[in-house]
Design a protein around this ligand. Structure first.
Ligand code: NAD
Length: 433
């Protein structure tokens, strides 16, 4: 669950921000779709779809989940009506577009199925094969996985060219970004259709090449490893949060990890690190693990780095939790020490900037603008800095390399690519000035 700030912006992000995506192919109009899995994400996707006028079948194996998914749609509708954004009549129309079901009835009629079941490769393989056996030959199958590779998921499919990643962010009704992930066998027409569907939902689609973590979670992982290194070296997590919030992030890294869930984040980081062993070494993840091992999972267990209490008006409050320091001491072999705010910001931002440069070099996204937009919309990258690449330009690439050299002793996370070094030597930039 994301912070209130990201969950309930004053106005939902209705209009997709335009990022040029070179779609060489004609897309296919999605008139009917389905989502398999009625959990947090499936329910949100169903809501976004029916609100945008695209009827959807929502399938789950548990009646309770279907009911919860439908209740979630009701809850958001009620909020929209109360805020005067939707009439009761319009809400009724929206409701009529949703069919909650325990079977696969009607799947032979849909143009798109989005798989949103639990994050488990074997379960997803089984569900995807089931779906492929039911839908028409032209239908597209998408997955909302957050950490599994599209190519791995596609392996049992007979028509991998019709398979694509549609990575929505939580909570779906409010989050404007969708990463559209192109597997190595995904056809251009499938990508174009997925992009159009995300736009129909009022989202900003960014096409990303299949890689561990895709774009946003990959760069987030580099940033959180920077945080883990700081804690390992003795930094005070509250001071790190304060420094990063003053820098412009909606929340500091400890608070962010609390919101995402310490167990979830550890799992995602572990998978992503395994994909980049040459740069992302998971040695200092202990702080998150230490807390998670004590059952402190973040906001969902009311205790993580911080303690969470709900006041009499129902507002959630974040409070310091003194014993966090004692627990973290186990992962600070050299004790604690003071860090200047400048050092905190440099050590936190550099890994993300350097990983952004590598992702761009690898062609994970099409353009600097696409990368920076994804990081702003998906993660709330500080507005004044514009995105990791724009921020690098504003520092000057020579300064980025100079800082990397300053922190070289911290390991490969702080090592710039050869290309970035060349760009710095040539006084080059990511954006034309
Ligand atoms: P969840 O646990 O809330 O929901 C999963 C749902 O799938 C449950 O309702 C479960 O009953 C259902 N399910 C399990 N097996 C099924 C089957 N064989 N057929 C039909 N339904 C089945 O999970 P979630 O958080 O909604 O995550 C779903 C997917 O979205 C995962 O791949 C996750 O990685 C991804 N995702 C999650 C988030 C997030 O913040 N929660 C963000 C982005 C992507």
């Amino acid at each position: 669950m994301l912070p209130r700030f990201l969950r309930y912006p004053r106005r939902p992000f209705r209009r997709a921000l335009k990022v040029k995506q070179s779609m060489g192919q004609k897309s296919r109009k999605i008139e009917q779709c389905a989502v398999v899995g009625a959990g947090i994400m499936g329910g949100g996707i169903a809501y976004a779809s029916v609100l945008a006028g695209v009827p959807i079948r929502m399938k789950d194996i548990e009646r309770g989940q279907l009911e919860r998914g439908a209740q979630e749609v009701e809850r958001v509708l009620a909020r929209q009506i109360k805020a005067g954004r939707l009439t009761e009549e319009a809400a009724q129309q929206v409701r009529s577009r949703l069919t909650a079901q325990l079977d696969y009835a009607g799947f032979d009629q849909v143009d798109l199925v989005i798989e949103a079941v639990v994050e488990n490769l074997a379960v997803k393989h089984r569900v995807l094969a089931e779906i492929e056996g039911l839908v028409g030959p032209e239908a597209i199958i998408a997955t909302n996985t957050s950490s599994l590779r599209i190519d791995d998921l596609a392996s049992p499919l007979e028509r991998p060219e019709r398979f694509v990643g549609l990575h929505f962010f939580n909570p779906v009704p409010m989050m404007p970004l969708v990463e559209v992930i192109r597997g190595s066998r995904t056809s251009e027409a499938t990508v174009a259709t997925a992009v159009d569907y995300a736009s129909t939902l009022g989202k900003t689609p960014i096409v990303v090449k299949d890689c561990p973590g895709f774009l946003v979670n990959r760069l987030l992982t580099a940033y959180l490893l920077g945080f883990a290194e700081l804690i390992y070296d003795g930094a005070d997590y509250i001071k790190v949060d304060e420094a990063m919030e003053r820098f412009g992030w909606p929340m500091g890294p400890a608070y962010l990890v609390d919101v995402i869930g310490l167990d979830t984040m550890s799992h995602i980081i572990e998978i992503i690190c395994a994909g980049y062993p040459e740069r992302m070494v998971n040695k200092t993840l202990e702080p998150t693990k230490v807390l998670a091992a004590k059952g402190r999972l973040g906001q969902k267990s009311r205790l993580g780095f911080y303690r969470y209490e709900t006041d009499s008006s129902g507002k959630r409050k974040k409070l310091p939790q003194p014993d966090t320091y004692q627990l973290l001491a186990a992962s600070q072999p050299n004790g604690t020490r003071e860090f200047s705010e400048t050092e905190i910001v440099e050590r936190m931002m550099l890994p993300m900037v350097l990983e952004a440069a590598v992702a761009l070099e690898e062609g994970i996204v099409e353009s600097t603008t696409a990368l920076d937009t994804a990081m702003s919309l998906g993660l709330g990258f500080p507005k004044h800095a514009g995105g990791p690449l724009k921020y690098a330009d504003s520092l000057g690439l020579d300064k980025v390399v100079e800082l990397s050299d300053k922190y070289a002793k911290l390991g490969p996370l702080y090592r710039p690519s050869d290309k970035l070094r060349r760009m710095a030597a040539e006084k080059s930039r990511f954006y034309a000035s």
